[in-house]
Ligand binder design. Sequence first.
Ligand code: C2E
Ligand code: CA
Ligand code: CA
Ligand code: CA
Length: 278
Amino acid sequence: VKENGKNDYMQHSSDMDHIALEKLTIQHEMRRALHNNEFLLYYQPQYDLASGQIVGMEALVRWKHPQRGLVPPGEFIPAAEESGIIVPLGEWVIEEACRQNKAWQDEGLSRIPVSVNLSFRQFSQRNLTGKISEILQRTGLDPRYLELEITESMTMDVERASRDLKELTDLGLHISIDDFGTGYSSFHYLKNLPIARLKIDRSFVRDVQQNPSDAAIVAAIISMAHNLQMQVIAEGVETKGQVHFLRSYRCDEMQGYFGSPPLSSTDAQALLTEKLNG
Ligand code: C2E
Ligand code: CA
Ligand code: CA
Ligand code: CA
């Protein structure tokens, strides 16, 4: 029994070493990548459902890896969060999104907000407001054109979230709740936090026409958001039928492949230019 226990332990230990080594490698790789400017942002347009106009863009990070090509965030954000690299990476994302938005505005393209995803680690940083304030100053972007997306889990400590979000919104930027409906939800936080917009998670949108429960949930989120004076946007909109449903329930905006997939900055700029010139 003793022998077995030892073997199990050794087996376990070497698996752990292997995992630890992989983590170290990816951490090291990400630090190098940040230093070498291998990250870039894609932008997914957000459309007003009534007018069809582009009313915002969500910045989505990609890793242009020298060997692996364009790596989607699902493959490195979790490791970046675990290791803490998400903090400098996330700051880079905010600064690049602000810089790009300001550049588009300076070129006379439409003035629309850019949304940036905030990770829990970033949100827990003590000097986040100071950092964002510096970024806004450095890039010259009017804070009205920056939106930060947080998730429901970040609002669990309502007292703290309320203090931190108030500081951020005092800068003039907006806060939205991402993947709304999938996390820990409480009406307490919705009532007490300065939230401008709810983003309905795409899991509710997908079968909205076939599944009466999803339809009821989407309709309820829209109506609740409006009664709380919040805007509401549906994520993952892929079909005309979903658009019809959302329009008939007076959802404000949509984001998804039906409108456009996330675009490189070049393609996003071309789209904004085309819209500008009719
Ligand atoms: P998210 O914030 O929910 O972003 C939306 C994701 O849905 C994007 O995936 C987008 O490409 C995808 N999507 C958009 N429209 C559709 C659609 O019609 N159908 C389907 N099936 N999918 C659609 P992406 O770019 O792979 O990003 C995945 C997640 O990675 C994001 O989910 C977000 O949680 C995270 N992420 C991306 N960029 C950042 C970042 O800069 N910082 C942090 N902390 N997280 C990020
Ligand atoms: Ca998001
Ligand atoms: Ca989302
Ligand atoms: Ca998500």
